[in-house]
Design a binder for this molecule. Structure first.
Ligand SMILES: CC(C)(COP(=O)(O)OP(=O)(O)OC[C@H]1O[C@@H](n2cnc3c(N)ncnc32)[C@H](O)[C@@H]1OP(=O)(O)O)[C@@H](O)C(=O)NCCC(=O)NCCS
Length: 230
Protein backbone atom coordinates (compact mmCIF):
# COMPACT_ATOMS: atom_id res chain seq x y z
CA UNK A 1 0.00 0.00 0.00
CA UNK A 2 1.22 3.54 -0.75
CA UNK A 3 0.47 6.11 1.97
CA UNK A 4 -0.58 9.61 0.93
CA UNK A 5 -0.88 12.13 3.78
CA UNK A 6 -3.37 15.04 3.83
CA UNK A 7 -0.88 17.78 2.92
CA UNK A 8 1.10 15.82 0.37
CA UNK A 9 1.17 15.88 -3.41
CA UNK A 10 2.48 12.74 -5.08
CA UNK A 11 3.70 13.09 -8.66
CA UNK A 12 4.59 10.15 -10.86
CA UNK A 13 5.92 9.80 -14.38
CA UNK A 14 5.81 6.75 -16.62
CA UNK A 15 7.09 5.69 -20.02
CA UNK A 16 4.21 4.45 -22.17
CA UNK A 17 5.99 2.00 -24.47
CA UNK A 18 5.18 -1.62 -23.60
CA UNK A 19 6.33 -5.00 -24.80
CA UNK A 20 3.69 -7.51 -25.85
CA UNK A 21 3.49 -9.16 -22.43
CA UNK A 22 3.14 -5.86 -20.62
CA UNK A 23 0.38 -4.79 -23.01
CA UNK A 24 -1.56 -8.01 -22.32
CA UNK A 25 -1.02 -7.50 -18.60
CA UNK A 26 -2.26 -3.87 -18.49
CA UNK A 27 -5.21 -4.70 -20.74
CA UNK A 28 -6.54 -7.04 -18.04
CA UNK A 29 -6.90 -4.02 -15.69
CA UNK A 30 -9.10 -2.04 -18.09
CA UNK A 31 -12.89 -1.78 -17.96
CA UNK A 32 -15.04 -2.62 -21.00
CA UNK A 33 -15.47 1.06 -21.92
CA UNK A 34 -11.70 1.62 -21.70
CA UNK A 35 -11.05 -1.42 -23.94
CA UNK A 36 -13.59 -0.02 -26.39
CA UNK A 37 -11.76 3.34 -26.35
CA UNK A 38 -8.41 1.57 -26.82
CA UNK A 39 -9.69 -0.24 -29.92
CA UNK A 40 -10.75 3.00 -31.56
CA UNK A 41 -7.23 4.50 -31.76
CA UNK A 42 -5.89 4.94 -35.30
CA UNK A 43 -2.58 3.16 -34.77
CA UNK A 44 -1.32 0.26 -32.59
CA UNK A 45 1.14 2.70 -31.00
CA UNK A 46 -1.61 5.11 -29.87
CA UNK A 47 -3.68 2.16 -28.63
CA UNK A 48 -0.72 0.86 -26.63
CA UNK A 49 -0.01 4.26 -25.08
CA UNK A 50 -3.63 4.54 -23.94
CA UNK A 51 -3.56 1.02 -22.45
CA UNK A 52 -0.30 1.85 -20.66
CA UNK A 53 -1.51 5.24 -19.36
CA UNK A 54 -4.79 3.83 -18.00
CA UNK A 55 -3.24 0.57 -16.80
CA UNK A 56 -0.54 2.40 -14.83
CA UNK A 57 -3.15 4.86 -13.49
CA UNK A 58 -5.20 1.91 -12.21
CA UNK A 59 -2.10 0.26 -10.77
CA UNK A 60 -1.16 3.43 -8.85
CA UNK A 61 -4.74 4.03 -7.63
CA UNK A 62 -4.90 0.37 -6.54
CA UNK A 63 -1.79 0.91 -4.40
CA UNK A 64 -3.26 4.03 -2.72
CA UNK A 65 -6.64 2.35 -2.14
CA UNK A 66 -5.33 -1.15 -1.38
CA UNK A 67 -7.49 -2.77 -4.02
CA UNK A 68 -6.95 -4.62 -7.30
CA UNK A 69 -6.44 -2.22 -10.25
CA UNK A 70 -9.39 -3.71 -12.13
CA UNK A 71 -11.76 -2.88 -9.21
CA UNK A 72 -11.33 0.89 -9.72
CA UNK A 73 -14.47 2.54 -11.11
CA UNK A 74 -14.21 5.97 -12.73
CA UNK A 75 -16.84 8.68 -12.91
CA UNK A 76 -16.55 11.53 -15.44
CA UNK A 77 -17.33 15.22 -14.88
CA UNK A 78 -19.31 17.42 -17.26
CA UNK A 79 -16.13 18.20 -19.23
CA UNK A 80 -14.64 14.72 -19.06
CA UNK A 81 -12.49 14.94 -15.91
CA UNK A 82 -12.14 11.44 -14.45
CA UNK A 83 -12.55 10.92 -10.71
CA UNK A 84 -13.11 7.94 -8.45
CA UNK A 85 -16.57 6.53 -7.98
CA UNK A 86 -17.66 4.70 -4.87
CA UNK A 87 -17.44 4.85 -1.12
CA UNK A 88 -13.85 3.54 -1.04
CA UNK A 89 -12.46 6.51 -2.97
CA UNK A 90 -11.10 7.93 0.35
CA UNK A 91 -11.16 11.56 -0.94
CA UNK A 92 -8.32 10.57 -3.27
CA UNK A 93 -8.03 13.11 -6.10
CA UNK A 94 -5.91 12.47 -9.14
CA UNK A 95 -5.15 13.74 -12.60
CA UNK A 96 -3.20 12.38 -15.54
CA UNK A 97 -1.63 13.84 -18.67
CA UNK A 98 0.22 12.23 -21.53
CA UNK A 99 2.29 13.39 -24.47
CA UNK A 100 3.87 11.00 -26.98
CA UNK A 101 5.40 8.18 -24.91
CA UNK A 102 5.38 9.90 -21.51
CA UNK A 103 2.66 10.28 -18.88
CA UNK A 104 2.51 12.18 -15.60
CA UNK A 105 0.14 11.62 -12.69
CA UNK A 106 -0.76 13.71 -9.62
CA UNK A 107 -2.47 12.47 -6.42
CA UNK A 108 -3.75 14.37 -3.36
CA UNK A 109 -6.17 13.87 -0.53
CA UNK A 110 -9.10 16.26 -0.91
CA UNK A 111 -7.27 18.98 -2.89
CA UNK A 112 -8.02 19.69 -6.53
CA UNK A 113 -5.04 18.78 -8.71
CA UNK A 114 -4.22 19.00 -12.41
CA UNK A 115 -1.09 17.96 -14.30
CA UNK A 116 0.26 18.53 -17.78
CA UNK A 117 3.12 17.29 -19.91
CA UNK A 118 4.10 18.54 -23.36
CA UNK A 119 6.77 17.32 -25.75
CA UNK A 120 8.88 20.37 -26.52
CA UNK A 121 9.16 21.44 -30.18
CA UNK A 122 12.21 23.39 -31.22
CA UNK A 123 10.19 26.16 -32.86
CA UNK A 124 8.07 28.84 -31.23
CA UNK A 125 4.28 28.27 -31.61
CA UNK A 126 3.20 31.83 -32.14
CA UNK A 127 -0.37 31.01 -33.25
CA UNK A 128 -1.06 29.13 -29.99
CA UNK A 129 0.48 31.92 -27.92
CA UNK A 130 -1.65 34.55 -29.67
CA UNK A 131 -4.82 32.49 -29.27
CA UNK A 132 -4.47 31.19 -25.70
CA UNK A 133 -2.16 33.60 -23.90
CA UNK A 134 -2.96 37.13 -22.66
CA UNK A 135 -1.55 40.27 -24.33
CA UNK A 136 0.59 40.73 -21.18
CA UNK A 137 2.05 37.20 -21.53
CA UNK A 138 2.62 37.71 -25.27
CA UNK A 139 4.36 41.04 -24.66
CA UNK A 140 6.72 39.42 -22.12
CA UNK A 141 7.38 36.49 -24.47
CA UNK A 142 8.23 38.80 -27.37
CA UNK A 143 11.00 40.40 -25.26
CA UNK A 144 12.79 37.06 -24.74
CA UNK A 145 15.49 35.58 -26.98
CA UNK A 146 14.51 32.35 -28.83
CA UNK A 147 15.63 29.52 -26.47
CA UNK A 148 14.19 31.27 -23.37
CA UNK A 149 11.04 32.21 -25.31
CA UNK A 150 10.34 28.57 -26.19
CA UNK A 151 10.98 27.52 -22.59
CA UNK A 152 8.67 30.26 -21.26
CA UNK A 153 6.00 29.33 -23.83
CA UNK A 154 5.90 25.73 -22.58
CA UNK A 155 5.87 26.88 -18.97
CA UNK A 156 2.77 29.06 -19.60
CA UNK A 157 1.10 26.34 -21.65
CA UNK A 158 1.71 23.62 -19.05
CA UNK A 159 0.57 25.93 -16.20
CA UNK A 160 -2.63 26.89 -17.97
CA UNK A 161 -3.48 23.37 -19.00
CA UNK A 162 -2.70 21.92 -15.54
CA UNK A 163 -4.90 24.62 -14.00
CA UNK A 164 -7.78 24.00 -16.42
CA UNK A 165 -7.51 20.33 -15.60
CA UNK A 166 -7.46 20.95 -11.84
CA UNK A 167 -10.62 23.06 -12.22
CA UNK A 168 -12.00 20.34 -14.50
CA UNK A 169 -13.44 22.60 -17.19
CA UNK A 170 -10.98 21.79 -20.00
CA UNK A 171 -11.25 23.82 -23.19
CA UNK A 172 -14.45 25.50 -22.04
CA UNK A 173 -12.40 27.64 -19.62
CA UNK A 174 -11.46 31.16 -20.88
CA UNK A 175 -7.72 30.63 -20.48
CA UNK A 176 -6.82 33.75 -22.49
CA UNK A 177 -8.35 35.84 -19.68
CA UNK A 178 -5.85 35.25 -16.90
CA UNK A 179 -2.08 35.58 -16.83
CA UNK A 180 0.43 33.31 -15.16
CA UNK A 181 3.87 34.30 -14.00
CA UNK A 182 6.34 32.12 -15.85
CA UNK A 183 8.89 31.08 -13.34
CA UNK A 184 9.36 27.57 -11.95
CA UNK A 185 6.72 28.41 -9.29
CA UNK A 186 3.64 30.60 -9.47
CA UNK A 187 0.77 31.40 -7.10
CA UNK A 188 -2.62 32.46 -8.41
CA UNK A 189 -6.14 33.21 -7.13
CA UNK A 190 -8.79 31.93 -9.54
CA UNK A 191 -12.34 30.58 -9.14
CA UNK A 192 -12.14 31.55 -5.43
CA UNK A 193 -9.24 29.18 -4.89
CA UNK A 194 -5.56 29.89 -4.14
CA UNK A 195 -3.47 27.80 -6.52
CA UNK A 196 0.12 26.64 -6.39
CA UNK A 197 1.58 26.04 -9.85
CA UNK A 198 5.01 24.53 -10.33
CA UNK A 199 7.07 22.96 -13.08
CA UNK A 200 8.79 19.63 -12.52
CA UNK A 201 11.45 17.93 -14.62
CA UNK A 202 10.42 14.55 -16.00
CA UNK A 203 12.85 13.91 -18.82
CA UNK A 204 14.80 15.67 -21.54
CA UNK A 205 12.58 17.17 -24.24
CA UNK A 206 9.38 17.39 -22.18
CA UNK A 207 7.85 20.23 -20.13
CA UNK A 208 5.59 19.36 -17.19
CA UNK A 209 3.72 21.25 -14.52
CA UNK A 210 1.12 20.75 -11.83
CA UNK A 211 -1.61 22.98 -10.38
CA UNK A 212 -2.85 22.19 -6.88
CA UNK A 213 -4.89 23.95 -4.21
CA UNK A 214 -2.54 25.82 -1.81
CA UNK A 215 -1.52 24.15 1.45
CA UNK A 216 0.67 21.31 0.20
CA UNK A 217 3.59 20.79 2.61
CA UNK A 218 5.39 17.94 0.87
CA UNK A 219 5.81 17.00 -2.79
CA UNK A 220 7.10 13.53 -3.71
CA UNK A 221 8.07 12.67 -7.28
CA UNK A 222 8.61 9.05 -8.39
CA UNK A 223 9.37 7.40 -11.71
CA UNK A 224 7.06 4.47 -12.21
CA UNK A 225 8.69 1.13 -12.97
CA UNK A 226 6.46 -1.15 -14.92
CA UNK A 227 5.37 -4.68 -14.36
CA UNK A 228 7.92 -7.18 -15.71
CA UNK A 229 7.42 -10.91 -16.07
CA UNK A 230 10.33 -12.78 -14.41
C1 LIG B 1 -8.40 17.16 -21.27
C2 LIG B 1 -7.93 18.47 -21.78
C3 LIG B 1 -8.12 19.51 -20.71
C4 LIG B 1 -6.44 18.31 -22.06
O1 LIG B 1 -6.28 17.40 -23.08
P1 LIG B 1 -4.94 17.01 -23.79
O2 LIG B 1 -3.96 18.10 -23.80
O3 LIG B 1 -5.34 16.46 -25.09
O4 LIG B 1 -4.45 15.79 -22.94
P2 LIG B 1 -3.70 15.61 -21.57
O5 LIG B 1 -2.75 14.53 -21.81
O6 LIG B 1 -3.19 16.87 -20.94
O7 LIG B 1 -4.86 15.08 -20.60
C5 LIG B 1 -5.66 14.01 -20.95
C6 LIG B 1 -6.22 13.41 -19.69
O8 LIG B 1 -6.84 14.40 -18.89
C7 LIG B 1 -7.98 13.83 -18.23
N1 LIG B 1 -9.10 14.72 -18.53
C8 LIG B 1 -10.02 14.67 -19.51
N2 LIG B 1 -10.86 15.72 -19.41
C9 LIG B 1 -10.47 16.43 -18.34
C10 LIG B 1 -10.95 17.63 -17.74
N3 LIG B 1 -12.01 18.28 -18.18
N4 LIG B 1 -10.30 18.09 -16.66
C11 LIG B 1 -9.24 17.45 -16.16
N5 LIG B 1 -8.73 16.32 -16.69
C12 LIG B 1 -9.34 15.82 -17.78
C13 LIG B 1 -8.16 12.43 -18.78
O9 LIG B 1 -7.66 11.52 -17.82
C14 LIG B 1 -7.31 12.41 -20.01
O10 LIG B 1 -6.63 11.21 -20.24
P3 LIG B 1 -7.31 9.82 -20.66
O11 LIG B 1 -8.75 10.06 -20.90
O12 LIG B 1 -6.55 9.37 -21.83
O13 LIG B 1 -7.10 9.00 -19.46
C15 LIG B 1 -8.62 18.85 -23.10
O14 LIG B 1 -9.95 18.54 -23.06
C16 LIG B 1 -8.50 20.28 -23.36
O15 LIG B 1 -9.42 21.02 -23.09
N6 LIG B 1 -7.35 20.65 -23.89
C17 LIG B 1 -7.05 22.02 -24.06
C18 LIG B 1 -5.95 22.14 -25.03
C19 LIG B 1 -5.55 23.59 -25.08
O16 LIG B 1 -6.37 24.46 -25.13
N7 LIG B 1 -4.24 23.83 -25.06
C20 LIG B 1 -3.71 25.15 -25.03
C21 LIG B 1 -3.34 25.49 -23.59
S1 LIG B 1 -2.60 27.03 -23.42
Amino acid sequence: MTILENNELHLWSAVLTLDEQQEIHYLTYLSEDEKYRADRFRTPQLRQRFIAARGILRELLGKYLSCPPSDIVFAYGEHGKPSLQGANSARLNFNIAHSHDMAVYGFTIGRLVGVDIEKVDDHYKEAIAKRYFTPEENAKLSRLAEPQRIQAFYCIWAYKEALMKAIGKGLSYPIAQFSVFFDNKCHLFLENINWHLETFAVCEGYASAFAVEEGIKKICYTEHHRFREK
